[in-house]
Write a protein that binds this ligand. Structure first.
Ligand code: ADP
Ligand code: MG
Length: 253
């Protein structure tokens, strides 16, 4: 599904990604771990076209999305993203947050394909799906409130179902539980586990080593802009091959 080839990213003369090679198959759950500043967020942001790579290729569903000529919006809607700080629209209700992107995309598609569906029909359709998603996380009673009234765990669960509402091929998570109070981490991890169990392809930057070990089918360890190790989580945690990974694990486990 995703094939990253020799991806490099510089900010001026700072080399942040120094040649990343990485493949993801449909249904993979990849945990990305590594020290702060090693380039994990920059890597995810390149995958999602929020940063332009300096060089290299990112083949997503057969198209090089690192190529400036492709329409990144078309690709981005197949890639969900969940951030550390939720990034909900604070001036929109919970329901509006979930509906905004799918409604926009479906109205555009209906126009282009001349399906004859009215804006109102699409609105109702997207609303029903959004309410189903809120039910799934037990927050249907919060549909009409603003995000500022939610707890961190509730905000992040809304952000996750907002990503699901687009029916993406893959969801990228950048430290989704790092900004949460400890008692809220579990509810977010549980939702991520249930999304994983449904077969969603996921790339998760995380400091939750339990999640990496139990849920991921692959771990990649990044250090200083490179992937130093990539492999089976149980093997990696039991037997890291590099000194850097051993040092890192001794600090976080
Ligand atoms: P991580 O997510 O692993 O902590 P980041 O990808 O956030 O690492 O950052 C990697 C390096 O790139 C850091 O040295 C950071 O300061 C630098 N960096 C990240 N984004 C920018 C930017 N927009 N401009 C300049 N430097 C940046
Ligand atoms: Mg980061």
């Amino acid at each position: 599904m995703i094939d990253v080839i020799d991806l490099k990213k510089n900010f001026h003369d700072l080399e942040v990604l120094k040649g990343i090679n990485f493949k993801v198959e449909k249904g993979d759950i990849v945990a990305v771990i590594g020290p702060s500043g090693s380039g994990k967020s920059t890597f995810l942001r390149c995958l999602n076209c929020m940063e332009d790579p300096t060089s290299g290729k990112i083949i997503f569903n057969g198209v090089d999305i690192a190529d400036m000529k492709v329409d990144i919006n078309v690709h981005r809607r197949h890639m969900g993203m969940v951030f550390q700080h939720f990034n909900l629209f604070n001036n929109k209700t919970v329901l509006e947050n979930i509906m905004l992107a799918p409604e926009y995309v479906r109205c555009k598609e209906a126009k282009k394909l001349k399906t004859g569906k009215s804006k109102k029909q699409i609105h109702e359709e997207v609303k029903n799906e959004a309410m189903e998603l809120l039910k799934r996380i037990g927050l249907e009673s919060k549909a009409d409130v603003y995000p500022s009234t939610l707890s961190g765990g509730q905000k992040q669960r809304v952000a996750i179902v907002r990503a699901l509402a687009m029916n993406p091929d893959v969801i990228l998570f950048d430290e989704p539980t790092s900004a949460l109070d400890p008692e809220m981490v579990g509810e977010v991890l549980d939702l991520m586990k249930s999304v994983a169990a449904e077969g969603m392809t996921m790339i998760v930057v995380t400091h939750e080593m339990g999640f990496a070990r139990e849920v991921a089918n692959r771990v990649i360890f990044m250090d200083d802009g490179r992937i130093l190790e990539s492999g089976d989580p149980k093997e990696f945690f039991a037997n890291p091959k590099t000194q850097r990974a051993r040092e890192f694990l001794s600090k976080v486990l």
